[in-house]
Ligand binder design. Structure first.
Ligand code: FA5
Length: 339
């Protein structure tokens, strides 16, 4: 029985088989159990001998079964480990890395530039009170210039701001002029009920700028805009100011820069003029100062509002503003700063 049992254990080549053999040899219906059960029929001096012998065999078979089971379990584990082995020296799967949106890159560049010139950056709300978007900017109700910026209203007195200029009024109100001039830029999204086309979007970006203090002149405005244009487009560029109209500046101007594509000679981008229009600006209107509690007899300054969307179109030759908003990664990754 021992020989046969040990042989069967040896032959078992999987854990189920080991279990079957265990049941067969040591189970209730197995030969050893029946030997032990039959002990009661044996004589008193045979009983201990047979009992001892049967126990020895049982222990031996148990040990052999245990050993076989451990062996097989180890083999299963080894096979699993081998199958799941990770080679840490293999190169990893590359993970796509994001980057700031091209418009954000332009805004970041402008922020860095202005912070370097001592400006503060103030971020306003996209949902704005009508008073700040219009009235305090010298645009009373029924002023015809309101039609220049077709507006999304949230309630009769709350709207989606059509420009970042409300931040002029808000910052003028807050600023403590005894501590020095106000120098601020304010980047952000603005909304207009414009029909989307290649150069118009119903949601786009502006960067507002304002400097108000004593002795701030239009020459300061021109110099500042020149620094901006040269920082973004190249250091040979010049700025020219053309008369224009905004209700919150007087005089108002539109700023053109020399066409960086042809550097003044005339090409398709500037339609042969040698100049491209980039932003609106002017000297802050005395009414705006007054309405914000600033004395126009003492303080004055300039403001400008530029469109990073149009800047990005010019800088990178993008022909359709809608490309910036469609989130096509193939388009956006072209402006990868890393490379
Ligand atoms: C303004 O919004 C004035 N607040 C700018 C200003 C500020 C003037 C401070 C004086 C002092 P305007 O409506 O022209 O002005 O818009 C400014 C710039 O926003 C434009 O030059 C253009 O670059 C951009 N822009 C205007 N409408 C759109 C549009 N629908 N889509 C994309 N860009 C636009």
């Amino acid at each position: 029985l021992r020989q046969q049992g040990l042989e069967e254990i040896k032959q078992s080549d999987d854990l189920d088989r080991v279990n079957d053999v265990r049941v067969k040899l040591l189970g209730k219906k197995g030969p050893l159990t029946s030997v032990l059960r039959g002990m009661k029929d044996l004589s008193a001096d045979e009983r201990p001998k047979v009992g001892k012998f049967a126990n020895e065999i049982r222990d031996e078979l148990k040990a052999a079964l245990e050993e076989k089971r451990a062996q097989l379990e180890k083999a299963v584990l080894d096979a699993k480990l081998a199958a799941e082995a990770i080679d840490v020296t293999l190169p990893g799967t590359p993970v796509a890395q994001g980057q700031p949106h091209v418009l954000q890159q332009i805004i970041d560049q402008l922020e860095d530039l202005f912070i370097g010139m001592g400006y503060e950056v103030a971020v306003g709300d996209e949902v704005e009170q009508e008073v700040y978007n219009f009235e305090k900017l010298n645009l009373p109700k029924d002023h015809p210039a309101r039609d220049m910026q077709d507006t999304f209203y949230v309630t009769p007195s709350v709207l989606m701001r059509t420009q970042t200029s409300p931040m002029q009024a808000r910052m003028l109100e807050q600023h403590d002029f005894s501590k020095g001039p106000l120098k601020m830029i304010s980047p952000g999204k603005v909304y207009r009920r414009d029909t989307d086309d290649a150069t118009h979007s119903h949601q786009f970006h502006q960067v507002e700028g304002i400097v108000v203090g004593e002795h701030v002149t239009m020459a300061d405005l021109k110099g500042t805009l020149e620094v901006v244009a040269q920082n973004l487009f190249g250091d040979q560029l010049k700025v020219r100011l053309r008369p224009s109209y905004f209700p919150f500046t007087e005089p108002s101007v539109e700023a053109d820069i020399t066409c960086f594509n042809c550097l003044g000679a005339g090409c398709s981008i500037c339609k042969g003029t040698g100049w491209i229009e980039v932003l609106g600006a002017g000297m802050v209107h005395p009414n705006v100062l007054k309405m914000s509690g600033v004395d126009p007899e003492v303080y004055g300054g300039f403001a400008f509002g530029l469109g990073p969307d149009r800047f990005a179109m010019l800088k990178y030759g993008v022909e359709d503003i809608r490309d910036f908003y469609q989130n096509d990664v193939r388009f956006l990754t072209q402006f990868d700063q890393k490379g």
